[in-house]
Ligand binder design. Structure first.
Ligand SMILES: Nc1ncnc2c1ncn2[C@@H]1O[C@H](COP(=O)(O)OP(=O)(O)OP(=O)(O)O)[C@@H](O)[C@H]1O
Ligand SMILES: [Mg+2]
Length: 244
């Protein structure tokens, strides 16, 4: 299963969520690869405090193979391909280079139960291509109106790019579970009215001080704060993805 995580608006928690979901899935015995697909401002390695020898930049420059760029996260039990490039941003990647990277990633994906793509903010060509390329698109939104309108824009483009696609919404940083469900309902109504079809809800993640603390310490939430509400919420989302 290949899942891309998008949001439109930046800073809503995509990278943190992708890491937490990778960890939750790995803890239930799944083989997981987390691919840092934020070609502009990659930071999976930063959130995890890792110093990768190779990254996507090395792969695209032809210095190493994608397989050789895979890094194992021992505490998390999942694999990572870091995105940070020593030679500058990859945001201007040529379409042909992106396609050949995705073709290699698809072959690599055969060794995993779950491949997660942490996409960048915005709606550029590469973000749209990787969203449509994945089997499932998880769109993160928060209660903020700007986040909701941006999530709607992602869903609208996705509906055009991949009419039979599988888009699901995750509401993050919800003040309460009920408030998160109301946020989802608002987005669902807009999609139903204007796009003629509505995404399903993959889950609600509550706002939790442990998230910021875990990021600041470059550790995993489920290790540092195993009883955090956000940790339980992510675990529930992981269960839903594998049982659906
Ligand atoms: N459930 C949550 N509870 C509390 N804070 C959260 C939660 N989720 C995310 N955050 C906060 O949001 C911040 C931004 O998270 P993150 O860097 O993962 O966002 P992003 O969407 O990947 O950003 P970008 O668009 O820049 O890539 C984190 O540093 C964290 O403090
Ligand atoms: Mg990010």
């Amino acid at each position: 299963m290949i899942i891309a995580v998008a949001s439109g608006k930046g800073g809503v928690g995509k990278t943190w969520f992708a890491i937490a979901l990778a960890h939750a899935a790995a803890r239930t015995g799944r083989r997981v690869l987390l691919f840092d697909a934020d070609l502009g401002l990659a930071n999976v390695d930063i959130q995890l405090g890792l110093m990768p020898d190779y990254d996507l930049g090395s792969v695209i420059a032809g210095r190493v193979s994608l397989t050789d760029a895979v890094l194992h996260h021992p505490d998390g039990g999942f694999d990572i391909i870091a995105g940070r490039s020593g030679s500058g941003a990859l945001s201007s990647i040529e379409p042909a280079a992106l396609e050949s990277t995705l073709a290699t990633l698809r072959r690599e994906a055969a060794r995993y139960d779950l491949v997660l793509l942490d996409l960048g903010a915005g709606l550029d060509r590469a973000v749209r291509r990787m969203s449509a390329w994945a089997d499932t698109l998880l769109v993160l939104a928060t209660e903020e109106p700007t986040s909701l309108t941006d999530a709607y824009a992602v869903l609208k483009l996705y509906a055009g790019d991949k009419p039979q696609g599988d888009a699901r919404v995750v509401v993050n940083q919800a003040t309460t579970r009920q408030a998160g469900e109301r946020t989802f309902a608002t987005l669902q109504r807009a999609c139903q009215t204007f796009l003629g079809k509505a995404p399903v809800c993959a889950g609600v993640i509550r706002r939790d001080d442990g998230v910021r603390d875990a990021i600041r310490r470059q550790t995993l939430l489920l290790i540092r704060h195993p009883n955090a509400s956000a940790a339980a919420d992510v675990a529930a989302i992981a269960d839903g993805l594998f049982t659906a």
